[in-house]
Ligand binder design. Structure first.
Ligand code: DGT
Ligand code: CA
Ligand code: CA
Ligand code: ZN
Length: 577
């Protein structure tokens, strides 16, 4: 019994418990155990069970251990079988509809006999769902949108999940005796916001085709398809992967090719054609038929007459032209960050104190943290009334007065109200070091009205930063209708900053717009939107996305010192009408 198969069984049990209306901590415990067992990466769990190592693994408890023992001894889980018999198969896919938890699904099942996405769609359309207690016409509408999402989104996952799968697979590949090194390629290497399949290049010391073939036979594989030296695998848990096997002498070319993107690769084909070169799976062929191989990407780009293009910007957005002209920007790195400005504490809906957040920021080597809790209008998120604000400011002053080499800034995430006014009076807004203005309500406005609302807010010189400008939640909520080009132009004109929100569900503004904003001279703030200390780590991928948007440290507000951040806000305020 291998790790992946066992993990998949545990995860299925977790989902079935959720569907059956079991307490959330119960189903969560199975999901956590599943991740722990997958991370073990064992081809055979039997010795780990016998030695007692499995029982000592974090997040593996007596119940989950029992399931694994059952799997090892009988090849199946009687607990899973019992749960499956009690649950119609279609209910699983309902869990993928945003906002649909186990409780709601079991209620829809009992009351209306809903068992599949199609059933759910039918009762949402014919009005039966809206009449159910706790539902309503608005919910029915949201459910219909959610169904659309579930149908399209099921095949992709958020970046951090893709990265996790890629790391596990690369580690597995490296355990193969004929593999020297395994490198993550594809959209994970390009730091994309969502991931389809995982791509791995395995550098081999022996016949790559044989190695690829053997990967197709590893435990936990549901189906495998071998083409050349690349094997395409679907695992039992529906994780999909391409593993391209190569000898070291052409690893650079294979890595470049499997990293993509498709647009970048096809533009590179056109570029190579101008040099009378063609690409095959074996390498690069010149007009005379001579095949060239490349051990490193560096060699490959050199032969193409190009600067080395960082993986993040290989998206076909002009990188080949700029690399040919030697004009690629010096993309920012994590080390360029000086601080963060979008953080919540227990003053609103965060989980940590100001001091704890500050300490966590300091540990990461930053020089300042801006606290930006929710404003009064955001009552659902514990938005702060005036008296609470005063207390927060006193607390910040007090901590700052006894701290050296680190500073806490007084920020706020103020709601942009329906008419575009920024929450709080002008006098109150003037008490902050800077103001993030965000839309948190009335998402369904039409595009013209929403654009007008945000443009109005940008006219307020007290608004320093426009927070998460489209409100999207990746794989679950569409951006609200808004003319981003108009917003970017307005920010350029008024000197406001726009946020790249680094929450893995948001990554908003989308990197596809960052380059344009930068070209117009808009300063970007990269915000973790942290609600806990560990959320500060969202900045890792936030930097990856900023790189995808071609940003350099000069383009980013929080790559500047605290003093310069204050100056930025002050300069904008001085434009007061
Ligand atoms: P994704 O998977 O949708 O998140 O996005 P990508 O960019 O990872 O897309 P993917 O995995 O389809 O392709 C990555 C690169 O791999 C692509 O630019 C060219 C290369 N590639 C795609 N399909 C194959 C294949 O069947 N064999 C080989 N050798 N390479 C392929
Ligand atoms: Ca891929
Ligand atoms: Ca692929
Ligand atoms: Zn927000």
């Amino acid at each position: 019994m291998d790790s992946r198969t066992a993990a998949h069984v545990l995860s299925q049990i977790g989902s079935l418990l959720e569907l059956g209306g079991a307490p959330r901590f119960n189903s969560k415990a199975y999901q956590r155990a599943a991740r722990a067992i997958l991370a073990l990466g064992a081809d055979d769990l039997t010795p780990l069970l016998k030695s007692g190592e499995l029982a000592k693994t974090k997040d593996v408890g007596p119940a989950t251990l029992g399931v694994v023992r059952d799997l090892i001894e009988t090849g199946e889980s009687s607990y899973l079988n019992r749960l499956q018999e009690a649950t119609p198969g279609g209910l699983f896919e309902l869990l993928r509809v945003p906002g649909m938890g186990g409780t709601k699904i079991s209620m829809l099942h009992q009351e209306l006999g809903v068992e599949t996405l199609d059933d759910l769609e039918a009762v949402a359309v014919d009005g039966r769902l809206a009449k159910l207690k706790g539902f309503g016409p608005k919910t029915a509408e949201r459910v219909l949108k959610g169904i659309e999402f579930a149908r399209h989104a099921t095949k992709r996952s958020l970046f951090h999940r893709g990265l996790y799968q890629a790391e596990i697979l690369a580690a597995t590949a490296e355990r193969h005796p004929d593999v020297v090194e395994a490198i993550i390629a594809g959209s994970v290497r390009r730091q994309n916001e969502t991931i389809g399949d995982v791509d791995i290049v395995a550098i081999c010391s022996d016949d790559p085709r044989l190695v690829a073939e053997s990967f197709g036979k590893m435990p936990g594989v549901k189906s495998a398809d071998l083409k050349g030296n690349t094997v395409t695998i679907r695992f039992v848990d529906d994780v999909r992967a391409d593993i391209a096997c190569t000898l070291a002498d052409n690893a650079g070319f294979v890595l470049w090719h499997l990293t993509g993107s498709e647009a970048h690769v096809s533009q590179m084909h056109a570029w190579a054609a101008t040099k009378h070169l063609t690409f095959t799976d074996d390498g690069v062929t010149s007009r005379g038929g001579k095949v060239q191989s490349f051990a490193t990407e560096k060699d490959f780009f050199k032969a193409m007459g190009l600067q080395e293009i960082p993986p993040e910007i290989r998206e076909g957005h002009g990188e080949i032209e700029d690399a040919a002209a030697g004009l690629l920007p010096d993309l920012l790195t994590y080390e360029d960050l000086k601080g963060v400005l979008h953080c919540h504490t227990e003053y609103s809906d965060g989980g940590a104190t100001i001091e704890e957040m500050a300490e966590a920021a300091r540990e990461r080597g930053w020089k300042y943290i801006g606290i930006s809790d929710h404003s009064e209008a955001a009552f659902y998120a514990g938005g702060m009334k005036r008296d609470k604000l005063a207390r927060q400011h006193d607390e910040i002053d007090e901590i700052n007065s006894r701290t050296k080499g680190f500073r806490i800034l007084k920020g706020i995430e103020a709601d942009i109200l329906a008419d575009g006014r920024v929450d709080y009076s002008d006098e109150t807004l003037d008490t902050f070091d800077y103001v993030i203005g965000s839309v948190h309500s009335r998402f369904s406005m039409n595009g013209a009205a929403m654009t007008e609302r945000v443009l109005n807010a940008l006219d307020d010189p007290r608004l320093t930063i426009l927070g998460h400008p489209t409100g999207r939640l990746l794989l679950s909520r569409e951006p609200y209708a808004i003319d981003l080009d108009a917003v970017i132009e307005k920010a350029a004109e008024t000197g406001a900053s726009i946020e790249l929100n680094a929450d893995p569900h948001r990554l908003d503004m989308d990197w596809r717009h960052l380059k344009r904003a930068k070209d117009l001279g808009v300063t970007i703030e990269i915000g973790p939107d942290a609600h806990s200390e560990s959320n500060l780590d969202f900045m890792d991928h936030g930097i990856g996305i900023a790189r995808k948007g071609w940003l350099t440290k000069a383009d980013v507000l929080n790559c500047r010192s605290a003093k310069d951040v204050l100056a930025f806000a002050a300069k904008r305020r001085s434009k007061r009408k």
